[in-house]
Design a protein around this ligand. Sequence first.
Ligand code: ARG
Ligand code: ZN
Length: 878
Amino acid sequence: MSAMQPTYLHDYQPPAYRVTHTELKFDLSSSATRVTARLHVERHPAHQDAGALPLVLNGEQLTLKRIAVDGEELEADEYAQDDATLTVHRVPESFLLDTEVEIDPAANTALSGLYQSSGMFCTQCEAEGFRRITFYPDRPDVMATFSTTVIGDRATLPVLLSNGNPVESGELPDDRHFVTWEDPHPKPSYLFALVAGDLKKVEDRFTTQSGRDVTLQVWVEEENLSKTDHAMASLKRAMKWDEETYGREYDLDLFMIVAVNDFNMGAMENKGLNIFNSAAVLTHPHTATDAAFQRVESIVAHEYFHNWSGNRVTCRDWFQLSLKEGFTVFRDQSFSADTNSAPVKRIEDVSMFRTAQFAEDAGPTAHPIRPDHYIEIGNFYTLTIYEKGAEVVRMLRNLLGWELFRRGSDLYFERLDGQAATIEDFVGCMSEVSGLDLTQFMHWYSQAGTPEIDAHGEYDYAKSEYHLTLRQRTAPTPGQPDKVALHIPIRMGLVGTKSGQDLKMTVDGESVGTDTVIHLREYEQHFVFTDLAEAPVPSLLRGFSAPVKLRFPYGREDLAFLLQHDSDGFNRWDAGQRLAMLALEDLIAAHRNGVEKVMDVRVVEAFRTLLTGETDDKAVLAEMLTLPSEAYIAEQQPVVDVDAIHAARTFVKQSLAYALRDEFMAVYRANQLDAPYAPEPQQIAARSLKNVALSYLVAIEDEEALSLAQAQFDADHNMTDVRSALTLLTHSSRNDLADPALRAFGEKWSHDPLVMDQWFSIQVTRPQADALDRVKFLMEHPKFSLKNPNKVRALIGAFASNRVNFHRIDGAGYRLLSDVVIELNKLNPEIAARLVTPLTRWQRFDEARQELMKAELERIRAEDLSPNVYEVIEKALA
Ligand code: ARG
Ligand code: ZN
């Protein structure tokens, strides 16, 4: 089947024809929408001297009603159609192409192209959805201005939106009306958007630094009007930040955000008309947690930032996806760091990265930041492209320093404005402004897998020298057996064991200060620090200065020391995580060997110090008190033993709670807030600290703690506290407390889909053995639907993250997941391909589980698969 053939980066050719202007007319109706298109087409200059070139357009699931070139209807033998393309055999150098097609939005459950969600029409075109709307050269290097007329019923579709500015509107016969939109900025088809529905808006204004007056609108269903404040405020902050930080200004008079309930991803940066998953835009203190508020802020900013990093400068082809996504994630991370607690933002991002991206990089779907082939580009919206891409941009920022990096960014936006660019263009600008040779650095974009660094250090008392040896190695990944040495910047300090202070460092006779970057470029390198007054403990990879695994044979005393004294907040946190990991590893071994578990007192004492000491950053403290997750612990194990990990982590948590009950209780009580809820850093910090403390106390099912959790739930002050309390009760063994609370919550919020998502997730992530039965039961719940991606993620996705239950040794968890994947393969291939991920990680488990997981993959493979699922399954079973 042709859809299963890979596309290769090295096959890239400029398009034979380009479109300079696109006129579209949509006559909307549920199952028979008419799309009339007039394309202004001309031969691409790169193909000027070629002979007669056919015009090949993409098009899927379109019923062609009419086709004409320069007003002449084509005869049947003048063009050819298959299930993915339309070819016109002979066309002039420049011409008008008219087509008319019929499409069926109501039948579109894949949510790619034009579809319906809660009665409204909306689109998702990235990456290749536009070809389900009309015949078009659907590739990002074809950029045109658009003029779009949307026609719909006045009563059911009072609001008709598209990109750019509204230029005309009016009434039509049969109670229909129309609005015409014009987008003056040339754009690729993946940035096209249309929304039509019964929507209400909130409106605000923003004046740009050059004085352009911009109208800002957030469009939602009427019942959600009270949930838009935070998104609007976040948008204004993001607009200002991008002006101040990157000198980037908005370029239209109108900027719109629309919330839709059925959406495959978080949101989409369509020019002037961003479309959001309602979960990524709606917030209210009673329905959204602090984490949700922060997520909304960062996604609103992310999509807004794409207006420059993505839209004004777009990608030449989809292999360059990280050009816009990695850079834009880096920009949104910096924005969130500036707006909230910077150290906590870094800790959260790195925790997630080291758990999920490392797992991706170690699995069968590992790919470079710039892949060299794909079957289905929809499978490459990954943590590697986004998050590892952002880490690489961060390394560039650190290598150049902010000022040069900003100059490189200015050059990039200026030189490539209005163009479809490559990763070489971006890195080239950085190299040009700085004079740095980034040749070796470029391997970060083409080499998959996580580099592992083995570090060893020795202090020579006689010479007052510290010798540091670093070795790098990247394990083979599919298709890449041999790895080159990468350029790895390692930010570090040497902390004096006597003084507890960062020591002044001298390398090669040159003083480098108390915090420096050493550059590992070879497989093995040796660094000598001279004139050291005392023996140090090294603090390596400060701030996670490169996306690598770094091993150093730290003793527990060293880690306890760094936890107290490291001047780098990130590494203080990391020292605590490493210390906890050493204890957890002992306990995992004890569990496996059936010997009694003994708690490491050094961890208890470290926690006591944290709990009773002074703190100026409660948010960081809350992170320090959080044990590595089961998923993160699993990443560190050669063979994952889910039960031993769960038992060990529970044991540590309970031991800490027994030993430090009063301390946790004091922290809980000291961090109660009376003030009205606000999603601001100080309050968020207090709530997270309080709720972490409560989680320890409930872990030992302390009666007082259970009643505090119950009271916190009953007080109903804000969703962060309510959800936290409900989760603790539900994940305890006390069904007598959990059941009534769950019932009350479910009844109270049955009308609110985003709250019901949380209600589903809380139940199916409980460690008790009934979790799987609950999933089955809840799949029949009237508020559940396989057609809604948020519901699938909230119930099935959440269950797959419930490690002890998903990995049940009877295989019932795997079976449940594969049943859903098989169903979703027909309905929504993109979501199906994502959902199957946990099964693809089978190599990491014991043999019994490996066999069970592979059997489910084989069962999926026997189906008639979408390209999305096919590609993932073939890699997983290769
Ligand atoms: N460009 C969008 C974003 O960053 C994601 C769109 C992904 N779409 C998809 N169908 N995979 O934020
Ligand atoms: Zn993005």
